[in-house]
Ligand binder design. Structure first.
Ligand code: AMP
Ligand code: ZN
Length: 136
């Protein structure tokens, strides 16, 4: 636990939150500035700033929590879709540096922006094999 980290304190229950789900390793809370009603964030109790620092064990479990909560959200909210979003680094839009996963309820025509302009094609095979060579 990082004593300077607000999400560590929330995950540990030291700061109250609207909790949707909790187990030994995660707490899922309502986002305080929601993109839509029901927008949740999954907080691992382990402090890691981002995906690069996250343990493989926790990384392996977080999507199971996402599935569990997303399923309940869909049933309760009646949303037509859910975005699972996870930002790493300021350049990627991360603002709280304790790794977390967003679950954002979506409805056709809801106006929430989450798109990019496709860039020109490049040498996909070369980049794929360069990245592949770095996988440990
Ligand atoms: P990100 O941009 O991926 O780092 O997202 C950080 C998210 O955390 C934002 O959607 C914030 O609204 C949310 N957030 C920040 N502080 C709190 C808090 N105290 N309780 C709940 N959500 C928070
Ligand atoms: Zn933390």
């Amino acid at each position: 636990m990082d004593n300077n980290c607000i999400f560590c304190k929330i995950a540990a229950g030291e700061i109250p939150s609207s909790t949707v789900y909790e187990d030994g390793e995660f707490r899922v809370i309502m986002d305080i500035s929601p993109a839509a009603k029901g927008h949740c964030i999954i907080l691992p109790k382990e402090h890691a700033a981002n995906i690069f620092e996250l343990s493989e064990e926790t990384a392996g479990k977080i999507f199971a929590v996402a599935k569990k909560v997303a399923t309940a959200m869909k049933e309760e909210l009646g949303c037509e879709g859910i975005n699972v979003l996870q930002n790493n680094g300021e350049a990627a839009g991360q603002t709280v540096f304790h790794v977390h996963m967003h679950l954002i309820p979506r409805y056709k025509g809801d106006g929430i922006q989450m798109h990019w302009t496709p860039q020109e094609a490049y040498d996909f095979a070369a980049v794929a094999s360069a990245i592949a060579a770095k996988i440990q």
